[in-house]
Design a binder for this molecule. Sequence first.
Ligand code: MD3
Ligand code: FE
Length: 218
Amino acid sequence: MSFSGQLFDNAAPEGSAERFSEGAVLFHGRLNEYAEAIIEAIRDIDREAPFRHLVTPGGHRMSVSMTSCGDLGWMTDRKGYRYTETDPDSDRPWPPMPELFSELAGEAAEEAGFPGYRPDACLINRYRPGAKLSLHQDKDEQDYSHPVVSFSLGLPATFLWGGFRRKDKPDRLLLEHGDVLVWGGPDRLRYHGILPLPEGEHPLMGAQRINLTFRKAG
Ligand code: MD3
Ligand code: FE
């Protein structure tokens, strides 16, 4: 995967985007004008495929609650991590990915140097205060040449940006409401996680953070 730093420098309006690694670009506040529409769409998805706390193969109930939309949804149970075409709680297909989501994700990916990005899965993570995501790699997708794109909404959270081994000490980065992070190329398999969410009250979202991660999984 090649990455054009020049493309990034030219495309990014002053101060709005930050490339903090060869394959990682953060677009500050990129979702701000779409936040209400995105939140409304998440409400509809939650009605069809409610957020739930999954249990990991090791038997731990995750503190983050999750749902998915798109052709594939991510899940885990005692048997392992995988993508499925149906919601195991209802045996129905996952709700379709709203066009607004795929358009915004595709635009950000393109600006970051990944043209033609067509995600088929969107995992939606909900953090209440205290919820966290331990250091992990995203390795359940077929082809790591596709980036992951993430949208942050609601309360700010500290993102842990690690190395390629679990024991590499991670850097920290604040992810705030409206932020879009594109992550691919040589950085795609970095360890990463989220520190426990602090208490707080967000004007649009209340006491929670929601993160959407788009992937080309299949
Ligand atoms: C770096 N989500 O769902 S988003 C996940 O905020 C996940 O809920 C976090 O990690 C969250 O798997 C972080 C930013 C992110 C997403 C995927 C990545 C960073 C990534 C994949 C590879 C490297
Ligand atoms: Fe992840």
